[in-house]
Design a protein around this ligand. Structure first.
Ligand SMILES: Cc1cc2nc3c(=O)[nH]c(=O)nc-3n(C[C@H](O)[C@H](O)[C@H](O)COP(=O)(O)O)c2cc1C
Length: 209
């Protein structure tokens, strides 16, 4: 079954009038992702993000989910412009994000496009909103992934006085194009996929789990 609906700017869940609970699935998915921003104990706080290496291989890592704008389908992450993932997303902005919360036996997979903002007003606002302890990572003199003779000490507030690392800070805005929900249940697993199309419409389909 394929349901195609026209999205309007004020209607983020364009399933009004549709039978079944596929609309509720999408609402639940956004709701748990959104809650993950501020709930440090939520499994949705730490998405695994996959990008594509320069060799064309998938590369994954854990990140902190910093913000969500459900209406715009934008998730925000922070990273260091000196990291491998920065170069990877610059070369190819197609990324995937993965969440699994065993408490609700739910996996969510997102396909998204990453926009990188360095020394940009949006990056400056995100930097200002970050806690000083989070900003300290960016003051490290040696960038992530550089070989070192032994594990370096963490950057200190004193290091940050000399160079606060702002120029290393990157705000990543990812726009979601596809969301897949899988919830395990003894009565029957439920899997649904939502795809947003260029014309603003979204398709919602149930899949066999
Ligand atoms: C719990 C946890 C949270 C992390 N959060 C971030 C993050 O928000 N941003 C980030 O760039 N790296 C974060 N990292 C480190 C990445 O997983 C990764 O090791 C590092 O960024 C280098 O990745 P890359 O070489 O693929 O660029 C986190 C790691 C852990 C274990």
């Amino acid at each position: 079954m394929k349901l195609t609906h026209t999205s309007t700017p004020d209607n983020i869940y364009p399933f009004d009038g549709q039978p079944g609970n596929i609309r509720e699935v999408l609402e639940a998915a956004w709701s748990v992702i959104e809650a993950g921003v501020h709930d440090r104990h939520s499994a949705f706080h730490l998405p695994t993000v996959a990008s594509i290496s320069v060799e064309g291989l998938p590369v994954m890592r854990t990140t902190v989910l910093r913000g969500v704008d459900v209406k715009k389908r934008v998730l925000r992450l922070h990273t260091d412009r000196r990291s491998a993932k920065y170069s990877e997303m610059l070369a190819d902005p197609r990324i995937s994000l993965h969440f699994y919360d065993p408490a609700i036996k739910t996996q969510i997979r997102l396909e998204a496009t990453a926009e990188l903002h360095v020394e940009h007003p949006l990056a400056a606002a995100a930097w200002e909103a970050s806690r000083p302890s989070s900003r300290l990572c960016y003051a490290a003199g040696i960038g992530p992934g550089i070989e070192v003779p032994s594990p370096p000490a963490a950057p200190t507030a004193r290091d940050a006085e000399e160079n606060n690392g702002y120029t290393n800070f990157c705000l990543v805005r990812t726009t979601v194009h596809s969301l897949e929900w899988l919830q395990l249940a003894a009565a029957g697993h439920q899997r649904a996929v939502f795809e947003w199309l260029g014309d603003g419409s979204v398709s919602a389909r149930w899949l066999a789990p």
